[in-house]
Design a protein around this ligand. Structure first.
Ligand code: ZN
Length: 77
């Protein structure tokens, strides 16, 4: 089981089962996307110490979104 440290309390976070089922799909859409698409998938993580439930985007996907954001910011400020 994958775990990470909670950014709020330093407790143990456990990764949810899926980033593609249920409401996990609707956490965040790219603000520069059209009506369709732009959905960014993120695994929900639950902290077993403080109960925080946070979706985290995988690092490789995050790098792609950051590049896209930087390009958009340069073309339409
Ligand atoms: Zn916590």
């Amino acid at each position: 089981m994958e775990t990470k440290r909670c950014p709020f309390c330093g407790g143990t976070m456990v990764r949810g089962k899926s980033m593609k089922h249920g409401y996990a799909v609707y956490f965040w859409k790219k603000p520069w996307s059209g009506i369709l698409g732009g959905v960014v998938l993120a695994y929900p993580w639950l902290c077993l110490n403080c109960g925080a439930l946070i979706p985290f985007v995988e690092r490789s996907e995050l790098m792609k979104i950051r590049d896209e954001f930087e390009r958009k910011r340069l073309t339409n400020p």
